[in-house]
Design a protein around this ligand. Sequence first.
Ligand code: NAI
Length: 350
Amino acid sequence: MSPKKVPHKQAPQVTHKVTLLRGDGIGPEICDSVVQVFEAARVPIVWDIVEAGLDEYEKNGESLPESALETLRKNKIALKGPTTTPIGKGHQSINVRIRKALDLFVNVRPSLSLPALPTPFNDIDLVIVRENIEDTYGGIEYRQSDDCAIALRISTRTGARRAHEYAFELAKKEGRKKVTCIHKANIMKITDGQWLESFYEVARDYTDIIHASDMLIDNCCMQLVQKPQQFDVLVLPNLFGDIVSDLCAGLVGGLGIASGANIGCDGAIFEAVHGSAPDIAGKGVANPTAILFSAISMLYHLGLTKHAQLIKEALRKALMSVEDRTADLKGKGNTQTFTKKIISHLEAYV
Ligand code: NAI
């Protein structure tokens, strides 16, 4: 009699439901690239696709339908393509509305030098933690007279504290040694004064492991373009964080590769730092790298470490070939050919 086969007990594979908001402009093109790469890597997620953005606004008069918000609330995890916000007129930013509705209180944007992309500095490894809801992003603006327009800047102790706590906890988790608080408390003595005060209150709990310091925003910009290696984790109020994170993206190779995540207690939305790039939308030339790196962070967040590592490796390999890259990285490839290249590197493992 042949021995009985012992049934091999395998942990059941959990399938994650993730909202996919493809956005507008280059959003659908680069999100499709993620979908293809995830499919090739057999990532155990199912997409719950929602429509929002400029196209939705033009079709139905609502850029962010309540049903889309409901789906985001229900699934708690999302990948979001960029969405256009008209300048000086039109609908309110979808990003601002989503961040507020889901209380996604920090925006995390890593900037890491990639061997494939030589830049004036090849040893940058910093993370921007940006307060994501307050500051001038409340959209509270009004006209006092024909001559004078006013915007309100909101800064709460609660908002500051949780951004600072997140920055220190991230530093601790990633083994980082320094957190620098960026501000303009010499001029905005009350709002940024409170921001700075909160920072040093939180820092007291980490004195043994993390060095805390602060810097004025203007000096920070100068230091970043001269000696970016000195920075580790930077924590900034919303507007400064928005601007400085694009600067940092430029330092490591441009907007085409910069990833980001909006994190709250009850949800997380992963997206590229760049916008909808109307100048190249529909041409099939957009670089999907930034949204892919954001999607990889999402996989780590979901605990899908192996899939995250696999895709990161394939993406890094594809970036090594100048020919295959997209035009923004001086290559001859386009969105689809670059995506196929990544998939070809994946095929060796899957
Ligand atoms: P942008 O980031 O869309 O474009 C700036 C420049 O970078 C353009 O020349 C564009 O072609 C290039 N670029 C951006 N992403 C690229 C990619 N993946 N591959 C190749 N080239 C890329 O910034 P812009 O033009 O200031 O904003 C356009 C729209 O995007 C605005 O309506 C803005 O409000 C919105 N926006 C949306 C964001 C979001 O949804 N998270 C973030 C930033 C801007």
